[in-house]
Design a protein around this ligand. Structure first.
Ligand code: HEC
Ligand code: HEC
Ligand code: HEC
Ligand code: HEC
Length: 195
């Protein structure tokens, strides 16, 4: 007797069904991966963040920094500084963002007054994240090993030469890198602040 069954036999039909199921599984898997990546990318754009963070601060403060505009046009967006690139920290931050959705639903920062009242708590949480990661996102653009220290001011050179000690991290000295202090530099900017 042949070990191969006729195509119409029960075993043949069973195998056909398994193949269809496997193909459907693979297709669903591919759709899942594409949807996952698309969601990750969509939730990493400035437009997404500004969907909620659209009041005077922190966006206007951000626009006053060289990270928003500079002669070279190499700029940093919200996620470049606030979301680490590695998979696990990135996912952890996305999960932590559940607090933001909940806060948004409760309207905790939906006016400039509320924002200002809530700012110290948010700032403290954010600075703690930077300290915990040793400012990993800053370092993804600023490679300290390749800083031309000779080209920097004596003060910057002195401070940066000590970076390896672990005593201080970027945001300890450059807290305002992403959001300049509120004092507007010009009358024009003063007018554009809506609080
Ligand atoms: C659904 C609205 C919403 C979106 C979208 C959103 N945020 Fe927020 N975010 C909030 C709210 C509300 C808070 C205050 C949460 C609280 O304290 O309860 C917050 C807080 C923060 C904080 C302060 C730190 C902290 O832990 O509270 C940072 C930094 C931040 N958001 C950055 C971002 C970035 C970057 C993006 C885009 C990748 C983003 N947010 C997208 C609503 C949002
Ligand atoms: C160059 C890096 C950098 C960029 C780009 C940046 N941030 Fe920040 N952000 C920081 C740092 C550092 C802090 C903590 C110190 C502080 O509060 O200023 C912070 C603090 C915050 C906070 C906490 C509350 C506050 O006002 O201090 C929020 C919310 C926030 N950022 C949202 C955003 C959003 C939205 C964008 C994009 C429009 C953005 N950030 C772009 C570095 C950055
Ligand atoms: C996406 C890349 C990117 C990220 C992320 C980034 N930077 Fe920058 N940073 C730049 C570029 C590019 C410049 C130079 C802008 C110019 O002057 O042309 C710059 C300039 C600076 C300067 C000089 C400021 C000045 O006034 O000349 C400081 C300080 C700085 N960054 C600190 C930080 C810190 C701290 C962080 C993290 C909170 C950070 N950067 C995150 C790209 C980045
Ligand atoms: C102990 C304090 C300190 C720490 C920590 C520190 N810096 Fe600085 N940094 C300075 C000082 C001071 C300057 C000079 C500022 C000035 O001249 O106004 C400077 C200047 C800079 C500049 C501009 C350099 C230039 O000549 O154009 C960049 C970019 C910069 N820092 C990035 C970083 C990054 C990224 C980190 C973390 C890896 C970091 N710094 C950590 C103190 C520090």
């Amino acid at each position: 007797m042949s070990i191969f069954r006729e195509p119409g036999s029960r075993r043949g039909r069973g195998r056909g069904r398994t193949l269809v199921l496997l193909a459907a599984g693979a297709l669903l898997g591919i759709i899942g991966v594409v949807a996952f990546n698309t969601t990750l990318e969509a939730t990493s754009t400035d437009e997404f963040c500004l969907g909620c963070h659209n009041h005077g601060i922190p966006y206007k403060q951000h626009q006053l920094t060289v990270h928003y505009t500079n002669p070279h046009g190499v700029v940093a967006g919200c996620s470049d500084c606030h979301v680490q690139h590695e998979f696990v920290p990135k996912m952890t931050r996305k999960i932590e963002a559940a607090r933001e959705v909940w806060g948004h639903l409760r309207g905790v920062i939906d006016t400039d007054e509320k924002y200002l009242a809530h700012q110290p708590a948010m700032k403290a949480r954010e600075l703690a994240r930077f300290r915990a990661s040793d400012s990993a996102t800053c370092r993804s653009c600023h490679d300290v090993a390749r800083m031309d220290l000779e080209a920097q001011s004596p003060k910057a050179r002195r401070e940066h030469a000590r970076l390896g000690s672990g005593a201080k991290t970027c945001v300890d000295c450059h807290e305002e890198a992403g959001h300049a202090a509120l004092a507007p530099a010009t009358a024009e900017q003063e007018q554009s602040f809506d609080f």
